[in-house]
Design a protein around this ligand. Structure first.
Ligand code: S3P
Length: 450
């Protein structure tokens, strides 16, 4: 998995109108956590709607390597027989997390407070990403780590056999770091307290409570304070994974910028820590409605209906909304290129340490297709000229980043000339059915070598 298969060059052409229903796959963040918490409970957890993308399959394989039984029963249906909190066994081989920062960081957190060692690696993208943000807090529990320069993978973690609980203030806005610390705290006696300055996605907290852990959350002047009591016995659960709002973003945004489109994207999780993109699009003037709003498994859910929206205007995205749409800035920049005026995105330096440097990756590809923009270390501005004004004709680098590849493929659907992407392979990490789903709506996206 850590090697990279042959690149899959792709071409996206002027498309539409897009029509129909887009059934997007399960939520990536929730899928990782369901497998991990299933592996840490005693007895049988059943999961339906699991995302079967490469990232999540790597986490399933990792849970097997640490001793859990993980069985694929049918499409999206999985059974996990867990080993209990603190029950991880030492894996026989290196743990390969593929492209998945979430998988790597969360699993490192779990094993940091068990008396075993494990070595982690991943693909070239993951091996370039900062891991000190996890190794620093897990060192406070007593874990030691030995990685490459700059705290990069491959890295061996020697877990703490006799861990102490920790108080930790997360220095950046990161749900992965918060979750790694909470997962480490699971096997430490006493109370682990994690503070984050602003709310990031809260799936870990919700799911820990669902598995029976004692966890409380307090909003204070210093931020959101989460207190977890260690060494619970987690009880196995039946989990239905909601569909991923970050994947829904692609057919939704494609419909907004492609003339004549009207697309329904049903059953999308609208947890407020994830739904920032949709609020932003509506502020820009998108014809995006929530239908059939309801609650499922403790999460707000709705069917999204997106129609071509020729009158969208650029806006200043409120920086405090960044955490709730951090994975959606690449596709927002594509919408912004088709809106009128400037879309200003500030407070987004975390974009530089995702699967790629997402500001740089998008900026270079947008420029290659005739889009004007400005950028700084933690901000960027897209100068949009309105619907249908993107010239296209450029070649974009995906940089091993699924969301970059999909964003440029959507760009091509509303551009004057075809947009080429050097490698569509990474799309399989989070949205393995992207190509047939988009083709079913009327997208003209093809593999260039076929
Ligand atoms: C995720 C958290 C975010 C997000 C990633 C998934 C998670 O990363 O970008 O795709 O599941 O916790 P950070 O924690 O680095 O912000």
């Amino acid at each position: 998995m850590s090697g990279h298969a042959d690149p899959i060059p792709m071409i996206s052409r002027k498309s539409g109108p897009l029509k129909g229903v887009a059934e997007v796959p399960g939520d990536k963040s929730i899928s990782h956590r369901a497998l991990i918490l299933g592996a840490l409970s005693v007895g049988e957890t059943r999961i339906s709607g699991l995302l079967e993308g490469d990232d999540v399959l790597a986490t399933a394989a990792a849970m097997r390597a640490f001793g859990a039984e993980v069985e694929h029963l049918g499409a999206g249906e999985w059974r996990v027989n867990g080993v209990g909190v603190g029950g991880f066994q030492e894996p026989e081989n290196v743990i390969d997390c593929g492209n998945a920062g979430t998988g790597a960081r969360l699993i490192m957190g779990v094993m940091a407070t068990t008396g075993i060692s494990a070595t982690f690696t991943g693909d070239a993208s993951l091996r370039s990403r900062p891991m000190a943000r996890v190794t620093e807090p897990i060192a406070l529990f007593g874990a030691r780590s030995f990685g490459r320069e700059g705290g990069r993978l491959p890295m061996t973690i020697v877990g703490a056999g006799d861990p102490a609980p920790v108080r930790y203030e997360v220095p950046m806005l990161s749900a992965q770091v918060k979750s790694a610390v909470l997962f480490a705290g699971l096997n430490a006696p006493g109370k682990t307290v994690v503070t984050e300055k602003e709310a990031t996605r809260d799936h870990t907290e919700r799911m820990l409570a669902g598995f029976g852990a004692e966890i409380s959350i307090e909003e204070t002047d210093e931020g959101r304070v989460i207190t977890l009591t260690g060494q619970p016995e987690l009880k196995p659960q039946n989990i239905t994974v909601p569909r991923d709002p970050s994947s829904a973003a692609f057919p939704v945004c494609a419909a907004l910028i492609t003339p004549g489109s009207d697309v329904l994207v049903p059953n999308i999780g609208l947890n407020p820590t994830r739904a920032g993109l949709f609020a932003t699009l509506r502020e820009m003037g998108a014809d995006l409605t929530y239908e059939n709003e309801r609650e499922e498994g403790g999460e707000p859910v709705a069917d999204l209906r997106a129609r071509f929206s020729p009158d969208m205007k650029g806006i200043e995205v409120p920086p405090e909304r960044a955490a709730s749409m951090i994975d959606e800035y690449p596709i927002l920049s594509v919408v912004a290129a088709n809106a009128t005026g400037d879309t200003v995105m500030r407070g987004v330096k975390e974009l530089r340490v995702k699967e790629s440097d997402r500001i740089d990756a998008m900026a270079r590809g947008l420029e290659a297709n005739g889009v004007a923009l400005d950028e700084g270390e933690d901000w960027w501005i897209i100068h949009g000229n309105g619907p249908g004004t993107v010239k296209g004709g450029g070649l974009c680098e995906a940089r091993l980043d699924h969301r970059i590849a999909m964003s440029f493929l959507v760009l091509g659907m509303a551009a004057q000339n075809p947009v080429r992407v050097d490698d569509g392979g990474p799309v399989a990490t989070s949205f393995p059915i992207f190509e047939p789903l988009m083709a079913g709506l009327g997208a003209q996206i093809v593999r260039a070598n076929q």
